[in-house]
Write a protein that binds this ligand. Structure first.
Ligand code: G4P
Length: 540
């Protein structure tokens, strides 16, 4: 009986993230999906978690925006008997690592691409992470109401730059000022474009084929003839949609539309609930966890700390991988090997949060935390288990922490470790001189860390620039050679939070020199959070 209800809860769920380069239309699309799912009633109800360009140096503003993003962390709604969980991702590139980590907690993604701009920098990076994890991807080519680029050119660019087969599911009838609608190649219906920025247009005209007189009257005979010709080419140039290839992450179905005008969004959502995968198996160290296992497993992929001194609570976000989560039940915290229970686990739904009694695979629950959790931690019903996570990426900026108040060095140490545990930045310790080095992907984190150390831990620090431009994780097949390397480069070898050795390099040239001198060493640009537990990486 329990098994049956577990399985039906799993089948009902679709957990995904919308990803995009900033400004492509992620927030707008999210809002339109929520409108369609009945989770919100009016447009504008979802606040953008976007950090406005004018305030990039104002980190309190960032925190305010991050506060908004807590309440929009997970937005759930029901559509056609499917429970859709949308996991929000930060728009700002300095918080890209947050987004990468959120991608560990989803079963699929919708990638939004601006049809005027095509593939942009963040599009490329995010897709790299999706490919690495074989995450199924649907693509929404947005802003078709703008004078954009030729659809064939755009698809060509998507395929080449994102390294994925693209299969058009719909096809645009014109574009820009001549954008008249989309033709659904699979069910051969046509939706005509009637711009409506606020509500779900109820008067979308659907008809069977492109030859119907009402469509020709609406779009003009020339445009329809051109569209028919293009649709013919689509069959010649691109592969037909294949569900298995999509679910394995090799093929992305493509949709054209305009999120702002609520157009093409219904086709996207209808297809999404039909083809997107339900919660699947998750790889852990030592075994694979199936969602329909009776015992609960889940992992923390995001931690949000409140900056408000009156509310020092942290919320850890856990993705449930298997079993049923229950309020007030004791669970096993794998890393600390201790029992924990939660009296007020929350779910977040479009700006409102509520206490929940139970949750199922694919769901995300918010757990109030007083410092027990770090990113990647696992809850089980007793088993000692760690999920394989997403790598930490080699940080782009490295700075040394300089203690400005010698009487508070313990607090500084604790603060730096806890903030790194939250995933705000990476911490590397150089044993020679016990130096603390903070690595980030953006400048903003340094302001946030400095502020938080002072306000939450009473510690003062500065950051000193370093000549390093890269941090690479080092593994070896020859322990002796590793020892020699460590001895020779002791000033530049640090350890990450899991005690994995990391080489701090001044540039690619020095890595090449080291590779030539110590051929058994491998230098990695990324480090899987949990891989070290079973990959035999040397620890010192
Ligand atoms: P993001 O979350 O990916 O960063 O993008 P967001 O949805 O905030 O959209 C970025 C800008 O693009 C917004 O304009 C939004 O109105 C616009 N936009 C989104 N979808 C479409 C579309 O289909 N067609 C057109 N023409 N524009 C679209 P903004 O002026 O930056 O912000 P706002 O003042 O309108 O909020």
């Amino acid at each position: 009986m329990y098994f049956m209800s577990l399985q039906s809860e799993i089948n009902k769920r679709r957990t995904f993230a919308i990803i995009s380069h900033p400004d492509a239309g992620k927030t707008t699309l999210t809002e339109k999906l929520l409108l369609m799912g009945g989770a919100i009633q009016t447009a504008g109800a979802v606040k953008s978690n976007k950090i406005r360009k004018t305030t990039t140096s104002d980190f309190m503003e960032i925190e305010r925006q991050r506060g908004i993003s807590v309440s929009t962390s997970v937005m759930a709604f029901e559509y056609k008997d499917i429970r859709v969980n949308i996991l929000d991702t930060p728009g700002h590139k300095d918080f890209a690592e947050d987004t990468y980590r959120t991608l560990t907690a989803v079963d699929s993604v919708i990638l939004v691409v601006d049809s005027v701009k095509g593939v942009e920098e963040q599009t490329r990076k995010l897709m790299e992470v999706c490919r690495m994890r074989h995450t199924p991807v649907m693509i929404f080519l947005n802003k078709m109401d703008r004078e954009g680029r030729d659809a064939f050119d755009l698809i060509d660019e998507l395929e080449k730059e994102l390294n994925i087969a693209v299969s058009p599911y719909t096809w645009p009838i014109g574009s820009g000022s001549k954008f008249k609608g989309v033709y659904n190649i699979y069910n051969k219906s046509v939706s005509l474009f009637l711009p409506d920025k606020t509500n779900i247009p109820e008067d979308i005209i659907e008809t069977d084929n492109l030859d119907s007189q009402s469509i020709i009257d609406f779009a003009g005979a020339d445009l329809i003839a051109k569209t028919k010709e293009e649709v013919g080419f689509v069959g010649d140039f691109f592969e037909n949609f294949n569900l298995n290839l999509y679910r394995e992450g090799y093929m992305a179905p493509l949709f054209f539309g305009s999120a702002l005008n609520n157009f093409g969004v219904k086709e996207l959502l209808d297809t999404f609930v039909e083809i997107a995968p339900p919660p699947g198996k998750v790889e852990a160290s030592g075994r694979v966890v199936e969602p329909n296992e009776e015992q609960l497993t889940g992992f923390i992929f995001k931690i949000h700390a409140n900056l408000d001194p009156n509310h020092r609570d942290r919320i850890a976000f856990m993705r449930i991988c298997s079993g049923k989560f229950e309020r007030n039940k004791f669970y096993h915290h794998s890393r600390l090997a201790k029992k924990v229970r939660f009296s007020s686990p929350t779910s977040f739904m479009a700006n409102a949060k509520s206490v929940i009694d139970e949750a199922w695979p694919g769901d995300v629950v918010g757990l109030y935390d007083n410092g027990d959790f770090t990113i990647g931690d696992t809850l089980t019903e007793g088993e000692s288990l760690m999920f394989k996570g997403i790598p930490s990426f080699s940080p782009e900026i490295l700075r040394e922490v300089i203690n400005m108040d010698p009487f508070r060095s313990k607090q500084l140490d604790k603060g730096v470790r806890q903030l790194a545990g939250e995933g705000l930045a990476q911490l590397f310790i150089v044993p020679a001189g016990n130096k603390k080095i903070i690595g980030t992907v953006g400048e903003l984190q340094y302001d946030v860390i400095k502020f938080r150390l002072e306000h939450e831990y009473g510690a003062k620090c500065n950051f000193a620039s370093l000549s390093y431009t890269k941090a690479c994780w080092v593994t070896t097949t020859d322990k002796k050679e590793m020892e020699k390397f460590m001895l020779r480069k002791s000033g530049s070898v640090a350890f990450d939070k899991d005690d994995n050795p990391v080489f701090l390099a001044e540039g690619d040239w020095i890595i090449k020199v080291m590779k030539d001198t110590y051929p058994s060493l491998t230098f990695h640009n990324t480090s899987d959070f949990k891989l070290h537990l079973n990959s035999g990486v040397e620890k010192n």
